[in-house]
Design a protein around this ligand. Structure first.
Ligand code: GAL
Length: 446
């Protein structure tokens, strides 16, 4: 017994993304994506790894759905690879690509698992990148056409849709840190232009979804590494608020409040790196959604720092447990963050990602005894369950990830899965945490 109590209609599932698991790079009429290309550039991905084969889910999805069923998962969040659906991203519809996802959806439905579809989890078709990618205002129409094809093909069978995964991460890492494609460094202006187009594309897709009268719900997934003050002094509390406005708030506030955070906007305008905001843009971005997805892995602890003339804070690293990527385990901060969400959010919330990577090993008895992952789940899920009891309208939780996979620029070393993947043989093994999660689901439904 976990002692964690969720309402019966609360959904417990797991998540993945196309590039991280599918493989099948040259198969089924797929054209090239920016991640296919980026992985070929020496030095970009740890150990030179690529998603060419990944978990070979493209061929093994039936086996993977069977494993989900063994774990009693109630929902599965996956993403569609744009490059499988439209030739080069803006060409003809690739029926083989549609057929692949159609078969996956049918397999899930017949296993009693709800499919939750993310339209865009970072793998832009390379051809569109060559035409300027998200910096090109045309990107909004490219995306809209793609969204329309998916709505027509899977509408009715898929009831929950997510327009974008983590626009902060792919624009910031794409144009500021340079660790993701297109690999540009220090270009805040491009980041903000790309992000503004992405947010507008999101709003347009929501409108299209309504026009087409698709039965179901649509929302967006934002990442939010919440900044907590290191103590309760007013100066640190205010500093943490400002840090949130400059980071995740840059995306959260337009979607939820209908405007960019004022202080951050002024700062970016003064530095000539703000996006151009045209009449109607903010209404479009804040087009009413049915739910908000939040991906949350850790909190940052910050204090006021006068020398930082941007967001006025300094990161502080309190002594804590960390995962093997160095991310702090901060369920106490998660609690504060959920309170912020409860106060500000007017639509239902889903935690669409949360999880931990560990250096998992298969023991002599052929088991993966990942007790630290169970501990992480206990910490985060008990905080979530308590918040729901306290009135937070959160309808579901998706563990990241269903299975070990290609962790972007960090390659295959980080293992986030509830299922262990032996990449040499493609054998899967449900970890102890996966069985713990199954028991939690059973407990809820009892
Ligand atoms: C998220 C991302 C996932 C996964 C996860 C773990 O930012 O959406 O694709 O990589 O982080 O790092």
């Amino acid at each position: 017994m976990s002692g964690i109590h969720f309402p019966k209609n609360f959904i417990l599932g797991a998540a993945t993304a196309a590039y991280q698991i599918e493989g099948g790079r040259y198969e089924g009429g797929k054209t090239e994506s920016i991640w296919d290309k980026f992985c070929e550039i020496p030095g970009k991905i740890d150990r030179g790894e690529t998603g060419e084969v990944a978990c070979d889910h493209y061929h093994r999805f039936r086996e993977d759905v069977a494993l989900m069923k063994r774990m009693h998962l109630e929902a599965y969040r996956f993403s569609v690879s744009w490059s499988r659906i439209l030739k080069d991203g803006d060409g003809e519809v690739n029926e083989e690509g549609i057929a692949f996802y159609s078969a996956l959806i049918d397999e899930l439905l017949s296993a009693g698992i709800e499919p939750v579809l993310t339209l865009y989890h970072w793998d832009l078709p390379q051809h569109l990148q060559e035409m300027g990618g998200w910096l090109n205002p045309e990107s909004i129409s490219w995306y809209l056409r793609y969204a329309g094809v998916l709505f027509d093909a899977f509408g009715g069978r898929v009831k929950r849709w997510i327009t974008f995964n983590e626009p902060f991460v792919f624009t910031d890492f794409g144009y500021v840190t340079g660790s993701f494609p297109p690999g540009i460094k220090g270009d805040y202006r491009s980041k903000h232009i790309a992000a503004h187009n992405v947010l507008k594309a999101h709003g347009m897709a929501v409108r299209l979804f309504r026009e087409k009268k698709i039965a179901g719900e649509i929302g967006i997934t934002l990442d939010y590494a919440y900044n907590c003050p290191i103590d309760n002094s007013p100066e640190n509390v205010q500093a943490a608020e400002l840090a949130n406005e400059f980071w995740a708030g840059w995306f959260y506030e337009p979607i939820v409040f209908g405007h960019y955070p004022e202080r951050a906007l002024k700062y970016f305008q003064a530095h000539g790196v703000a996006p151009e905001i045209k009449e109607g843009d903010m209404q479009l971005i804040a087009e009413p959604i049915d739910f908000l997805g939040i991906n949350h892995y850790f909190c940052n602890y910050v204090e006021a720092d006068k020398n930082n003339t941007r967001e006025g804070t300094r990161l502080v690293y309190p002594p804590r447990n960390h995962n093997d990527m160095g991310w702090a385990i901060t369920e106490d901060g998660f609690k504060v963050f959920l309170d912020y969400l409860k106060k500000t959010l007017k639509v239902p919330l889903y935690i669409t990602e949360n999880g931990i990577s560990l250096n998992d090993i298969i023991n002599l008895h052929g088991e993966v005894l990942d007790f630290d992952r169970i501990d992480y789940l206990e910490r985060y899920l008990s905080v979530l369950a308590e918040a729901i009891e306290g009135g937070l309208d959160c309808r579901g939780y998706f563990y990241w990830s269903l299975m070990d996979n290609m962790e972007w620029a960090a390659g295959y070393k980080p293992r986030f899965g509830l299922i262990y993947v032996d990449y040499a043989t493609q054998k899967r093994l449900i970890k102890r945490s996966g069985m713990w999660y199954r028991d939690l689901i059973d407990e809820k439904n009892r």
